[in-house]
Design a protein around this ligand. Structure first.
Ligand code: PLP
Length: 367
């Protein structure tokens, strides 16, 4: 049993992929080739947005999104204190300041009731993260953003296909950022990312930013750009997986349903919640327990895969010490970091494996 199913997924797509790879080799359109264009169309379709722009990685998707909004030195961007560090690094790269706010202990997402007190004259944007496969509270976040004229950039790196009332992650804000890192719900055979948007102006600026700031006329460069282009090989591989994403996300939901059924009455355990009308895509299955050390020891002895996402909130990371936050600033994030343990939910997980994991958890909490 593995925590992620990269190998099983590869086995499903690699026969067709290798044939496609041969074609790409003969054609030689390695960077921003026809597969990239097709992938962008298919992915924007999947998310229900007008545009999608393939980039190098999820981290780049976030950085370029901030750059295309003109965010930089002197600006502030609100970021949840509990997420993967790339969310806040993207802000730091631009010279702007990440301003952290605490999260909700039941959804693990940005607590929108804390937004107002974090907004200052310098605030330019909010980056809600759809953590672990569950969308943040987008209607409330968008309402507050609109009131204060702030941009909204969704970090959807863990939530391809997550929804609120049938509207997909990546289609709520001004921009949606996706990662196709090999362990994500939709993934490449290497690094890759995507930005979604409905705004033509942002789309056109992003096309320039990802490709050395060039205009359509060669070699004229009206703005400082970057090299954040997407490879055809990645695009062709991910296109094959995109066809399976709904099936795989359904399997993840089935796995989560079984965990919930087996664990819902266990005392001392907190299970993830799904607000009404939300569709979770369970990148992982996060649980909170005060008996984490005991559980980890049992998992290790039983060779059960697990992960600790994330053991330290962003405001306490050494890399962010210049932001001058302290322990105690975000008590919910700090408690989650101490109590969280992630269980596998990948689509190739077997019911018997989930039952075995649940039995261990019950043993630690009931025995
Ligand atoms: C993976 C991830 C990223 C970064 O994506 P990369 O493709 O690895 O650069 C950003 N935010 C979150 C929440 C992630 O999980």
């Amino acid at each position: 049993m593995n925590f992620f199913d990269v190998k099983e997924q590869n086995r499903e797509v690699s026969p067709i992929f290798l044939r496609k790879l041969n074609k790409i080799m003969r054609k030689g359109d390695f960077v921003l080739g026809s597969d990239v264009k097709l992938f962008e169309q298919e992915f924007s379709n999947y998310c229900g947005t007008k545009f999608a722009i393939g980039v190098n990685s999820g981290a780049d998707a976030l950085f370029l999104s901030l750059r295309c909004l003109g965010i930089g030195e002197g600006d502030e961007v609100i970021v949840p204190a509990f997420t993967f560090i790339a969310t806040s690094f993207a802000v730091s790269y631009t010279g702007a300041k990440p301003v952290f706010i605490d999260v909700d202990a039941r959804t693990f997402n940005l607590d929108s009731s804390r937004l107002n007190s974090a907004i200052t004259k310098k605030t330019k944007a909010i980056i809600p993260v759809h953590l672990f496969g569950l969308c943040a509270e987008m209607s409330e976040i968008n309402r507050i953003a609109k009131k204060h004229k702030l941009a909204v950039i969704e970090d959807a790196a863990q939530s391809h296909g997550a929804k609120i009332k049938n509207k997909a992650a990546g289609s709520f804000g001004d921009l949606g950022c996706f990662s196709f890192y090999p362990t994500k719900n939709l993934s490449g055979c290497g690094d890759a990312g995507m930005i979604t948007t409905n705004k033509k102006k942002l789309y056109e600026r992003l096309l320039q930013l990802r490709d050395c700031g060039r205009s359509k006329k060669r070699y004229l460069h009206p703005i400082i750009g970057y090299n954040s282009r997407l490879d055809s090989i990645q695009a062709s591989f991910i296109r094959l997986k995109l066809k399976r994403l709904e099936l795989w996300n359904r399997a993840r939901n089935k796995n989560a349903g079984l965990y919930t059924k087996l664990l819902k009455d266990v005392k001392g355990l907190s299970l993830p919640i799904v607000p009404n009308g939300y569709r979770h895509v369970y990148h992982i299955f996060p649980i909170l327990t005060k008996k984490r050390t005991m559980l980890i020891n049992l998992f290790k002895s039983q060779k059960i895969p697990f992960a600790i996402f994330y053991s330290l909130p962003l405001h306490l990371q050494k890399a962010n010490r210049c932001l001058k936050y302290r322990r105690g600033d975000f008590p919910v994030s700090e408690r989650i970091a101490k109590e969280i343990i992630a269980l596998p939910t990948h689509p190739h997980l077997k019911s018997a494996e989930i039952k075995r994991i649940a039995t261990c958890i019950k043993k630690v909490h009931c025995g």
